[in-house]
Design a protein around this ligand. Sequence first.
Ligand code: ZN
Ligand code: ZN
Ligand code: ZN
Length: 144
Amino acid sequence: MRTETSRFKDYIETKGLYFTPERQCIAEEVFSNHKHLDAEELLKILKTKGSKASRATVYRTLDLLVESGLVDKIDLGDGRAAYEHTAGHTHHDHLICIKCGSVEEFEEPLIEQLQDWACEKAGFKATGHNLNIYGYCRSCNATQ
Ligand SMILES: [Zn+2]
Ligand SMILES: [Zn+2]
Ligand SMILES: [Zn+2]
C-alpha cells in the first residue's frame, strides 16, 4: 500500500499538482479497500474517517488514480462507475447486475484465450482489456 501511495505521489507531482493530505487520504482508502467502490460510497467512508475531502476532490482524485494506471474504472451502466485498485489482484472480468448493482468477478480462461486469438488475427498488440457483462445476478434473476 505504501508503494502504491508513493507511486501515486510521484504521478501527481510529475503532473505539477500537489499531493495534498486529502488526496493522500483518498488514495490510501482506495488502495486498502478491496471492494468495487463507487465515488459516493468512497465519500461516505472518508467522511466517517474524519476526512474533509469535498465531493469534487474525490471525483478529481479518482480520475487521477485511473490516469495513473493504479486504479481501474468499471462502467456500471447508467453513468455510474466503480473503482478498484489493480496491485495485488490478478486479471479478472466483471458481471454487473443492473438491478441491485452488485459486481461479481470472474475469470474464464477460454474467453481470455479467444481474445488473444482475435488480437493475433488482427495483428493487434493488446495491452489490456475490460470485459463487463450486464444483466441480472442470481438473486435478482430469481425474483424477476
Ligand atoms: Zn479478461
Ligand atoms: Zn442483483
Ligand atoms: Zn473486480
